[in-house]
Design a binder for this molecule. Structure first.
Ligand SMILES: [Zn+2]
Ligand SMILES: [Zn+2]
Length: 260
């Protein structure tokens, strides 16, 4: 048993090392191309997942009608994907220059790093999201995302370019401050897209019983962010409800009953 788990841990570390060795071997132009292809693939996967969740849980709609997709939305989403690619390019350059350190620790440290990264980003995004709702900033940066009073599969990407760059800068800052496990970074990035997609799916896939479970009810579900689109003075968090609960901005009741 002991040697099996040791073997599993070695495989994880080896896979992470091999992957990051591969990333390190790219030329700058190669990495630019890889980032663009990767980010458009992530966009496609998010839209597909959103569509699938929407169909699979169609009986648990949170809005009466989906937000129509406009030409302006499509342009902003396209710009957001380009800027996400830019963030990946800057992150890669900082890593290559030694400003970001990636480690390949044992599995338990990877799990801890996922928690650290998620926690730091959750808090940072809560703070910046509340700032973005300040009347001096709101109208020229964040109001565009809130033109979506309900949601559609590209709502996640309908952001002011400053917000996209701001999120990337926050992520890079955390990575520059804390040396993180390479596997943890990839897990975090996957979870981030998953949570963002879920938040804009327009349906609630989580079972109602989760609300009664101490830990599960702290997860930022679809109805949590839907609540923010409906009532923009509440639910500023992303991955968890912790900061909204702590700072008194949680919508009550947290998960309103599903709309017909
Ligand atoms: Zn949103
Ligand atoms: Zn907002």
């Amino acid at each position: 048993m002991r040697s099996e788990s040791f073997h599993g841990a070695s495989v994880t570390i080896l896979a992470s090392l091999t992957l990051y060795d591969w990333f390190a071997g790219f030329t700058l132009s190669g990495w630019v191309a890889f980032s663009l292809v990767g980010n458009f693939a992530i966009f496609g996967a998010s839209v597909a997942l959103c569509g699938w969740i929407g169909q699979r849980f169609a009986d648990r709609k949170l809005f009466e009608a989906a937000q129509p997709i406009t030409r302006g939305d499509a342009i902003l989403a396209f710009t957001a994907v380009l800027l996400n690619s830019l963030v990946a390019i800057v992150g890669w350059m900082l890593w290559k220059a030694g400003w970001i350190r990636i480690t390949h620790p044992a599995w338990w440290r990877t799990v801890l790093d996922v928690v650290i990264f998620l926690g730091a980003m959750d808090f940072g995004m809560y703070v910046f999201h509340r700032l973005a709702h300040h009347r001096w900033i709101y109208s020229w940066i964040h109001a565009r995302h809130h033109t979506h009073e309900s949601v559609n599969p590209i709502s996640l990407f309908v952001l002011n370019p400053f917000e996209v760059v701001g999120f990337g800068a926050l992520m890079i800052s955390v990575m520059m401050l804390v040396p993180l496990s390479g596997a943890a970074v990839l897990i975090y990035l996957t979870l981030n897209v998953f949570f963002g997609t879920l938040g804009h799916a327009g349906v609630e896939p989580f079972p109602e019983s989760w609300r009664r479970r101490q830990l599960l009810r702290e997860i930022g579900s679809s109805s949590f962010h839907a609540g923010h689109h409906r009532t923009p003075t509440t639910n500023f968090g992303f991955y968890t409800l912790i900061w909204d609960r702590l700072f008194g901005t949680l919508e009550r009741p947290n998960r309103p009953s599903f709309r017909p």
